[in-house]
Design a protein around this ligand. Sequence first.
Ligand code: TRP
Length: 343
Amino acid sequence: MNKENTIKKTFLTGDRPTGKLHLGHYVGSLNTRVEMQNSGLYNPFIMIADMQALTDNAKNPEKIRKNLREVALDYLSVGINPEKSVIFIQSRVPELCEMTMYFSNLVTLSRLQRNPTIKQEIKLRGFEKSIPVGFLTYPISQAADILAFDTDVVPVGEDQLPMVEQTQEIVQSFNATYGNLFKNPVAVVPSAKSRRRLLGLDGKKMSKSANNAIYLSDTTEVLRTKVMSMYTDPNHIHVEDKGQVDGNMVFTYLDVFGSDKAKIKEMKEHYKAGGLGDVTVKKYLLQVLEELLTPIRERRKYYEQHINLVDKILIDGSNKAQAIATNTLKRIRKAIGVEYFDN
Ligand code: TRP
């Protein structure tokens, strides 16, 4: 098919700038974005969700400020290309807030309280006794993020499915109330379970507080230390012992990141039969991850040395995003009837 003649679809996704991005983000989402971007079949929008990050960090804005450029650097370093993708900052598109206001009238409190991701996050943050309003309602604001750009596809992690569902309900309600304006966005999540939820170095849920993640910006030395500390088979003590590959993080990571499937299969057989040491397998994983991270580190270094360019990319991207959101907002106002003067 001639790509020039096909109508491109829009995809939109984003991240809260609350920390550096890690390998879990990479396999769960970043690499899909880069592939989709490079396919030439999409108009990509990638948003740094700083306002959403404030919904549970209101008292700690410095954290968001500090991580905003980190996340931008992570994007650029994995190959999100500002010539092909619009990279923008949520708070630089205030039109999203007005949209959120109109959409809030179409969503009930009980519906927000039923959102499984929100429920889980409330527990995690100890918000049970007093939930910030902005936090409870961020799914509505996320619907605005998605709908402002006529998004077709939302590539995200599994935990974001309830947000896309909420968006679809807003589309349905808006269209039924004010006339057909929005199309229904669909979510795409990685098909492999191990990619949807990459476990941490210790085999537990990956999280910043558990200190069990490999960051895209980790140096060779840090990477080596982390790989060497990975959880394997606790009963595999001597090289000649028979080992377990299931639940062994080194093999889990090799399955996700390694491309030489035949070699990995052979190593697994060898490990199971006994005679293959953990250090040998870890060294191989280290080599695989180094191959992945080296070009990423190089691009990061370039942008770190040209931080003004990063700022320009964010400003230009935000301006482009704002122009589109302004146009959508006009259509929304017209549909609702709060556009009083022709100008
Ligand atoms: N909620 C997403 C996260 O925590 C970030 C986000 C904000 C987002 N707006 C979005 C993702 C719109 C997809 C589409 O990672």
